[in-house]
Ligand binder design. Structure first.
Ligand code: B12
Length: 134
């Protein structure tokens, strides 16, 4: 399975991104890590170029909401059926609960939303969903 990952927008928090890459590789995924400061359009280009199964986006500075608004539009322009869209990290600027955050991001077009969830817990869930879809 192929995963495109990176940190969205003007966000330079790199540590979790590196740990996510290591964890995914340990689990047998082929990983295309675009790193920090990556725009949504660049993620979509990479998903198409690599024929990825999963797009896994991180946001730590909390600004992902603003960078996610075009996701549904981009999904409508390209054939991305079957790609699992996941996002995690700190998904708000300041305090917010998962109950507030998750529905918002799902409405932007993400299948799985992990607000302040440990990366391995999130990747466990991603693996479960991929198994169910297979
Ligand atoms: C180190 C750090 C920095 C370093 C980053 C160095 C680098 N190149 O990485 C520096 C000093 C540069 C920095 C800058 C800034 N930072 Co900073 N930073 C931190 C700090 C102290 C640690 C982050 C870290 O590396 N943690 C270790 C990793 C392993 O943990 P993590 O990031 O929490 O990620 C975990 C989960 O979120 C999860 N995860 C992450 N992504 C995903 C994705 C998925 C799919 C899943 C399932 C899970 C997942 O996995 C990780 C492990 O469990 C945090 C505070 C903190 N204690 O967390 C603030 C913090 C992230 N920073 C913050 C802010 C605001 C900034 C600045 C905007 C500050 C400023 N005014 O300039 C700038 C941002 C600049 C930019 N353009 O992005 C805020 C974000 C607040 C918010 N979201 O509301 C935090 C939370 C501090 C705070 N409490 O205010 N920062």
């Amino acid at each position: 399975m192929r995963v495109v990952t990176g940190v969205v927008g003007n966000d330079i928090h790199v540590v979790a991104n590196r740990l996510i890459e290591i964890s995914l590789k340990e689990r047998g995924f082929e990983v295309f890590n675009l790193g920090v400061n990556t725009y949504l359009e660049e993620f979509i280009d990479a998903v198409i170029e690599t024929d990825a199964d999963v797009l896994l986006i991180s946001s730590l500075n909390g600004e992902a909401e603003g960078w996610s608004r075009d996701l549904l539009f981009l999904k409508s322009r390209f054939d991305l059926d079957g790609v699992l869209f996941a996002i995690g990290g700190n998904l708000s600027v300041g305090e917010a609960t998962s109950e507030e955050i998750v529905p918002k991001y799902k409405a932007y077009g993400y299948d799985l939303v992990f607000h302040q969830v440990d990366l391995n817990t999130g990747i466990d869930t991603i693996e479960e969903v991929l198994k169910e879809r297979a």
